[in-house]
Structure formats: structure tokens, C-alpha cells
Design a protein. Structure first.
Length: 375
């Protein structure tokens, strides 16, 4: 796995080739973007507006617009489905977090805000009454279109959030919740992710009754990841790196089915279960992007380079021909060449006194040769 070090201590863990139409902006310092090996990030924008913030994206094809400020954390789990139509916008403020589990289904035009973000006070006590608070979504949660999640939301595993709902409180496992403000409308339900759009009558009959407990959740105090306990742990950590290692070990590596399952009147304020510190065993290829990096030439650059090499080769061949031609001219002007040429001519015209003329031609050639040497 690659670890890309950027300016101001900002870091990206993951293979940058997984990006498709992505905009990553680091305004502050010491922020971390962590992409698991099976994460596919596309059509997304992530803006780190402050310092020491963390975005952790699990094994999902992710389409999100995230803005987070100093000391905030966004965690998106595994095998989540984000409808490609419409947007999912997340704004994280005032050191609080948004954590989403595994196998969730999100429709379009959904937004999350964990702050109001302006201040409201009680006029009797003069104390602030709208503190920023984190948002938690459990495992296997189905969210309809145009839903808003506000501060203090906790949607436990196996539940459904109806279209156009405004979520502001705890929604229990295996329930249907809807409305503004949201309220529970049905309990003891479970749901499946198959899409019915093109089903024929036979396919519909197959699914009229389905046996199994795959999507039925139960509360287990020994497995439950209490949002309150997670918050307390995150508040105790000082850096994005410390938070990264915690969520990797305690959440990403936690495969318990009922980790976010919660029902009415069950114990909530409990400690986190023990977890192994597996992050330390990961191996990273460190790439310091603040230093000049060797670049791989584009195909066009390779083609241009090959053409330049061929052109240089042809120019050298032409130069060699010119050199050989000049040598031939120089040889033609040599004294021996001139004398031989005169002798051949004399031999051809011997019957016309060619040899007598040859003597005078030799004197003439020799005199001209001496003059060229002086020049």
C-alpha cells in the first residue's frame, strides 16, 4: 500500500490510480485521507478545511462530497452503495465526527451536518443550547432519497429511513422511521437489497417469503460499539494518525454482525470491547511528493522521443556522406591524382604527341600544387 506525503504534513494512504474524477484539497496541515485497497473513489470532492482531520474510506465504490474542519473525522465502511444519481453532501464541524458502517444503501440527494452551525443561547442561563454532536449510521441501513441527517443522529443496524426524513435522534435496529422530525413508524422488520424494477411474476413469487436471519439483528453487550464510547476515545486522541489507527483497529477490523445493533432500553453507556492493534502490521511504500519525483513519460512523449532519435540518426548519416564527399574532393586534388589523370590523357593521345604535352602538363601541375600549399 502506498503512503503519499504531501506539503504541510498532509498524507494520502492508498493507490492514487483508484481516483476517477476526484478533487482533493488540503487547506490546513497534518490531515489524512486513507483509502483501503478495495476502495474506489470517483466523482467526489474532499476538502480538508483545517488541521488534523481524517477521512477513512473502506471497501466501497464511493461517491461523496465531503468538507471537514479541524480535528473532525469521517469514516465510511465496506460494501456501501451510493446511488450515482444526485449527491451526498457531508459537512463536519467543531471537532465532531460522522461514522457510517457496512452494507448501507444510500439513495440520492442526501446530506449530513453535525453542526447548526451558528450559536443559540438560553436567555435565562446565557448558556449555549445547540452544541455540535456526531452522527452515527450502523450496518445495513437503507436511506431513502432527500434525507437529512443532523447532529446527534444514531441509526442502528438493520433499519430504514424513509424519503424526505429529517433524522435528529436515535433510531432502533430493525425499524422503519420517517417524517420531519423523524419518528418510528414500524418495528420488527428487516430488508434486503435486491431491486424489483424488472422482475416478472415468477421472480416476485420467489421473494414473497424468504427464510433466514441474515438481516435480523440482536443486541449483544459484549459486541456493541457504543457511539458514546467511540466519541470518548476519539476525544482523547490528539492527531489524525492516532485516530486512523484507532478506527482501523476498532471499527474496520471489527467483523461482528451486531456491533451497531441497538434496541430500546438496552445498556448504551458501556465501554468498548477489546480490539487487536493490527494497523502496526501494515506495510507502506512511502512516496514523498514534496521532493522531485521521477515521472513516467506519456505515450506521446515516448513517440516524440523515438522520432527525434530517428531524425538525429538521419542527420548523422547525411553528415557522414558530406564528410566522405569532401574526402573524395580532397583526394581528387592530390598531386598524385592529377599526375595520374594527365598520364592517362597522354597515353590516349600518344600519336598526337601526347607524351610531349605530358611533360609540359607535369610542370604546370607541380607549379599549381606548390602555390596551393603556400596558400
Amino acid at each position: 500500500m502506498q503512503k503519499h506525503i504531501r506539503e504541510n504534513g498532509n498524507v494520502i494512504y492508498g493507490d492514487l490510480e483508484q481516483f476517477d474524477k476526484i478533487k482533493i484539497t488540503f487547506i490546513g496541515k497534518n490531515n489524512i485521507l486513507f483509502l483501503t485497497p478495495k476502495c474506489r473513489l470517483k466523482n467526489s470532492s474532499i476538502c480538508f478545511g483545517g488541521d488534523n482531520a481524517l477521512v477513512f474510506l473502506g471497501d466501497s465504490t464511493t461517491l461523496l462530497n465531503i468538507t471537514l474542519h479541524s480535528n473532525c473525522l469521517f469514516y465510511g465502511g465496506n460494501n456501501n452503495y451510493y446511488n450515482s444519481a444526485g449527491s451526498r453532501t457531508l459537512l463536519l464541524s467543531e471537532r465532531k465526527n460522522i461514522i457510517i458502517g457496512d452494507q448501507c444503501l444510500f439513495s440520492h440527494t442526501i446530506w449530513f451536518r453535525n453542526a447548526d452551525p451558528h450559536l443559540i443561547y438560553d436567555n435565562i442561563t446565557n448558556k449555549r443550547i445547540n452544541p455540535t454532536q456526531s452522527i452515527y449510521i450502523g450496518d445495513h441501513v437503507w436511506v431513502g432519497q432527500e434525507v437529512a441527517f443532523l447532529k446527534k443522529s444514531f441509526v442502528a443496524s438493520g433499519s430504514i429511513i424513509g424519503t424526505k426524513s429529517v433524522v435528529t435522534k436515535l433510531c432502533y435496529s430493525n425499524t422503519i422511521n420517517a417524517g420531519n422530525p423523524i419518528k418510528q413508524v414500524k418495528e420488527n422488520i428487516s430488508w434486503r437489497g435486491e431491486c424489483v424494477h424488472n422482475w416478472d411474476e415468477d421472480k416476485t413469487k420467489i421473494y414473497n417469503k424468504v427464510d433466514g436471519d441474515q438481516f435480523k439483528y440482536t443486541y449483544n453487550q459484549n459486541e456493541f460499539l457504543s457511539p458514546k464510547a467511540i466519541e470518548e476515545k476519539l476525544d482523547s486522541l490528539n492527531t489524525a494518525q492516532e485516530k486512523l489507527e484507532f478506527v482501523y483497529n476498532a471499527i474496520y477490523c471489527n467483523k461482528n454482525k451486531n456491533r451497531f445493533a441497538y434496541f430500546k432500553d438496552m445498556p448504551y453507556d458501556i465501554s468498548l470491547p477489546k480490539y487487536e492493534h493490527k494497523f502496526k502490521s501494515l506495510k507502506f511504500e512511502e512516496i514523498d511528493e514534496t521532493k522531485p519525483q521521477p515521472t513516467t513519460p506519456a505515450p506521446q512523449e515516448i513517440e516524440i522521443k523515438a522520432l527525434k532519435e530517428k531524425l538525429a540518426q538521419k542527420e548523422q548519416e547525411i553528415k557522414n556522406l558530406q564528410i566522405n564527399y569532401q574526402k573524395a574532393l580532397n583526394f581528387k586534388n592530390y598531386l598524385s591524382y592529377k599526375l595520374g589523370e594527365a598520364l592517362i590523357k597522354a597515353n590516349k593521345n600518344w600519336y598526337k604527341g601526347g607524351y610531349v604535352k605530358f611533360i609540359f602538363e607535369v610542370i604546370k601541375i607541380n607549379k599549381k600544387h606548390k602555390t596551393n600549399i603556400k596558400l
